[in-house]
Ligand binder design. Structure first.
Ligand SMILES: O=P(O)(O)OC[C@H]1O[C@](O)(CO)[C@@H](O)[C@@H]1O
Length: 428
């Protein structure tokens, strides 16, 4: 992974070489803190040890009974789904991967009706084993399997904590079960059983993903000038301190679109604390040059744009044409066009003094993805250290969970009563 922060210097908001020098002293201290946390396998910091502590053999053994499935259906939400989805959507496989990470009845019913449930492995993932959306969807999927005459106990893999509903289910029905990693919040768990079981079922090289993670580990250093991950974390932090409160995350690769969704949870749930944080806006190049770029370039000077791309990709020639004014496209290629659009957008933002950071990987393969995912996790941890926030907790999400549970009769929660107090001003 390579990071280029040149277009964050002298912009508005922007940094200077002097800023970076002052910042680098704080990066060194933060790196010391992170290194201690990793050495002691402290809660949260243990996430950055996963490339060495994850056990690919256990993952392979757990999926081994499900020989050559036609598809994998993951039932999970947030960090229990997005990491696996990032890898599944980035890499090609003959085994299709589907994800139920919402409780929209139309979408759930349509997906289940479309799947050959007798050929599907159901991968249910929940660290807590209590997440309403995941457990509700699992109950619906299990009934659909029974209705289809499928023995769900033969087609279900569980990944969960050491106790809770899913652990009990696995023990009761003797299901293959993987352990979620200790001390690792869900959004940091892609390089573990949580994110890699689907990759293993799809035939991807899980060891290569972890090797990429180790490449990321090796690139951590006591200076932002020597660590791409820390350069990204420090630059985005310093820009936020100067008003860039939105980070438009814009991969120029369809295979990295879900990666932007994974990044959004990592960045928002880790850094949105105590009135601080930087809003991740998911975008896609070149598509969003024809939509959101107008705001990024000519709206409030309150954002940075992160441009992500692989340096190598497959390509497709554009046929010659005599269409008026379009002959310049003929004989070129879609990849050349996409690269030109990337460069043009980057320059367009710089010309408008909008800070933008380039993140590049060699190609979209297992090792590069492992390093990219690890790099963004390390960048996030560094940003959290610099911002002095509690990077690894997410207390703010609990209020809504209690309100929803109370509304469904799952307990007495004052949050549910607050729902009834909604101030109304209806126009129809
Ligand atoms: O794996 P679990 O416990 O089902 O949690 C799923 C997701 O929900 C959250 O806990 C937030 O509610 C995320 O942090 C987590 O990734």
């Amino acid at each position: 992974m390579e990071v280029d922060i040149g277009n964050a210097l002298g912009t508005q908001p922007g940094l200077t070489e002097e800023t970076l020098d002052r910042l680098d002293d704080r990066v060194a201290d933060a790196d010391d803190r992170i290194a201690r946390g990793m050495a002691d396998d402290e809660f949260g910091y243990a996430s950055l040890n996963l490339p060495e502590t994850a056990d690919p053999a256990a993952i392979r053994a757990a999926v081994e009974p499900f020989d050559e499935p036609e598809a994998v259906l993951t039932v999970g939400i947030g960090g229990s789904a997005l990491g696996a989805a990032t890898l599944a959507d980035a890499l090609e496989s003959d085994v299709d991967a589907y994800f139920l990470d919402n409780v929209d009845p139309d979408a759930v019913d349509a997906l289940l009706a479309s799947l050959p449930l007798e050929e599907v492995v159901v991968n249910v993932v929940s660290r807590s084993g209590t997440t309403a959306e995941t457990l509700a969807n699992f109950l619906v999927v299990r009934e659909a399997m029974a209705d289809a005459g499928v023995d769900w106990t033969e087609r279900t893999l569980v990944t969960t904590g050491e106790s809770g509903n899913l652990r009990r289910l696995a023990e009761t029905h003797d299901l293959p079960a993987l352990d979620v990693p200790e001390g690792v919040p869900g959004r940091f768990s892609v390089l573990s059983t949580v994110g890699l079981a689907v990759a293993a079922l799809q035939g991807h090289d899980v060891e290569a993903v972890l090797a990429g993670g180790r490449d990321g580990m090796a690139s951590l250093a006591g200076s932002l000038r020597e660590s791409p991950a820390y350069a990204y974390g420090a630059t985005t932090y310093a820009l936020a301190e100067r008003g860039a409160l939105t980070n438009a995350f814009m991969p120029y690769s369809e295979s990295l679109e879900t990666f932007a969704e994974w990044f959004a949870q990592l960045w928002a749930e880790s850094l949105g604390k105590d009135g601080l944080g930087q809003t991740p806006a998911r975008a896609l190049g070149a598509t969003d040059q024809h939509s959101q770029l107008q705001l990024y370039r000519a709206g409030p000077a309150d954002k940075l744009v992160t441009l992500v791309r692989p340096r190598e990709r497959a390509d497709s020639r554009i046929p010659e044409t005599d269409l008026e004014g379009l002959s310049y496209l003929g004989g070129s290629s879609l990849g050349d066009l996409l690269d030109a659009e990337f460069a043009a957008t980057e320059a367009s933002l710089a010309a408008a003094d909008v800070p933008n950071v380039r993140v590049e990987i060699d190609r979209v393969d297992e090792r590069a993805l492992g390093e990219l995912l690890y790099g963004m996790e390390a960048a996030c941890v560094l940003y959290g250290e610099l911002a002095s926030v509690s990077t690894f907790t997410q207390p703010a999400v609990e209020w809504g969970k209690k309100a929803a549970r109370g509304l469904l009769g799952g307990g007495d929660f004052p949050e549910a009563e607050a729902v009834a107090d909604k101030r109304e001003f209806r126009i129809d």
